[in-house]
Design a protein around this ligand. Structure first.
Ligand SMILES: Cc1ncc(COP(=O)(O)O)c(C=O)c1O
Length: 397
């Protein structure tokens, strides 16, 4: 067996299932799942029809995707970041992926290994694939604790130069999961200065880029590239997904837009890895990337849910509405794992313990005594969940 597999941690949802074993919510309360970031608003109307057409089943798709799909992806970025026509070259800069999870994983395999003793630097808590991809690539994860005092943003100045010298990939997640906070243009610029000085790549996970409180889009890495005339997109890769934008986590569709120097070896890797997107999924994806009405409607509904959820909990739980994504990253009055089990057993509301999303670094687990609440159920269910959480908090005193 590959010895690196033994170094992987049990995935948070498996840990949650184990933690909830034997806990049975009262039979009169229907369970409410808010532990997973799985969007449940309506997907684009024509997706099912396009998938049903079954185009391309008689041919092998190619891993670079069709020109039509790459064009659609480039156009979606051009609209989202107000780029000039031609800023994103779909032929040299776009790599379709079967969900960004798969893209993030393959990206690390293709971009690391060039430095002896390499590290992948990531925020902590973090999307678990960053770490697993680094471990399986044989490079060490290096964690940057993102804590309240720092507005849940990674403090790049706290990293010693000898770590930056070993860095091959820096992951930044914007809006952040689980905090929903934004990096500023100057945060991105600071990362770019380091990337140039120490010769590494920035992997900007922007899969929540279209989910923000209305009127306040998060500044992305492409905003900096536009403003600073970095047309070569040197050392940059951005990851975008249809899962959150268009409510189709089951479609498995996203893309990477990157510096052509990064794209070349990545495509070579992916040819061998065997991860070409099925033609039917490409057809459905084109239609979803071309449609900005679904993310706009998402923003309207998430805003409504945040307002309702926060209003009910305002006097009971010190929660804040984040600028982006669809989570609440809330403090717990007791151990987060106990809180999650107790809430589930008494009220049937399932949340994710914060410490499962983070690692202990510098002596602390920055997810400890926090929970992630995912506002993916409908408005009525989110409202019901808020009342049930109040009842549970009251029992804790
Ligand atoms: C921060 C972050 N990145 C990437 C992903 C992967 O999304 P997908 O593979 O559906 O594109 C997720 C999913 O929850 C996520 O939260």
């Amino acid at each position: 067996m590959n010895p690196r597999i033994a170094k992987l941690r049990t995935y948070p949802f498996s840990r949650l299932a184990a933690r909830l074993e034997g806990a049975h919510p009262p039979p009169h309360l229907s369970p409410i799942n808010m532990h997973i970031g799985e969007p449940r608003h309506a997907p684009p109307a024509n997706i099912a029809k396009l998938l049903g057409q079954g185009n391309g089943l008689g041919s092998y798709p190619v891993s670079i995707g069709t020109p039509a799909l790459r064009h659609s992806c480039a156009q979606a970025l051009t609209r989202r970041y107000s780029l000039e026509a031609g800023f994103i070259n779909p032929d040299s800069m776009i790599v379709p992926v079967n969900g960004t999870r798969e893209g993030l994983f393959s990206f690390v395999q293709a971009t690391t290994g060039g430095k002896s003793d390499g590290v992948v630097v990531m925020p902590n808590p973090f999307y678990q694939i960053y770490e697993g991809a680094a471990i399986l690539a044989g490079v060490e994860p290096y964690y940057l604790n993102t804590v309240e005092e720092n507005n849940f943003l990674p403090n790049l100045t706290a990293v010693p130069d000898d770590v930056w010298a070993r860095c091959e990939v820096l992951f930044l997640c914007n809006p952040g999961n689980p905090s929903g906070t934004f990096l500023s243009l100057n945060d991105w610029r600071a990362a770019l200065v380091l990337a140039e000085r120490f010769d590494f790549v920035i992997a900007a996970d922007e899969c929540y880029a279209d989910i923000y409180r209305e009127g306040m889009p998060p500044p992305g890495l492409l905003d900096v590239c536009r403003e600073d005339n970095r047309a070569d997109f040197s050392r940059c890769a951005v990851f975008h997904s249809l899962s959150k934008r268009s409510n189709v986590p089951g479609l498995r569709s996203g893309f990477i837009a990157a510096d052509p120097q990064i794209v070349k070896p990545l495509r070579q890797y992916r040819d061998y890895h065997g991860c070409a997107m099925a033609q039917t999924v490409q057809d459905a994806s084109i239609s979803a990337w071309d449609d900005d009405t679904v993310p706009a409607e998402n923003r309207r509904i998430y805003d409504q849910k945040y307002a309702a959820f926060s209003a009910i909990l305002a006097d009971h739980w010190g929660i804040t509405t984040p600028p982006g994504a669809f989570y609440v990253w809330a403090k717990t009055p007791i151990d987060d794992r106990e809180f999650v089990r107790g809430l589930y057993a008494s009220q049937g509301v399932k949340l994710l313990p914060g410490q499962y999303l983070a690692r202990e670094a510098n002596g602390v687990n920055p997810g400890k005594n926090r929970v992630r609440v995912s506002l993916v159920p409908g408005l009525d269910e989110c409202t019901d969940a808020a009342h049930r959480i109040v009842s549970y908090l009251n029992t804790l005193g």
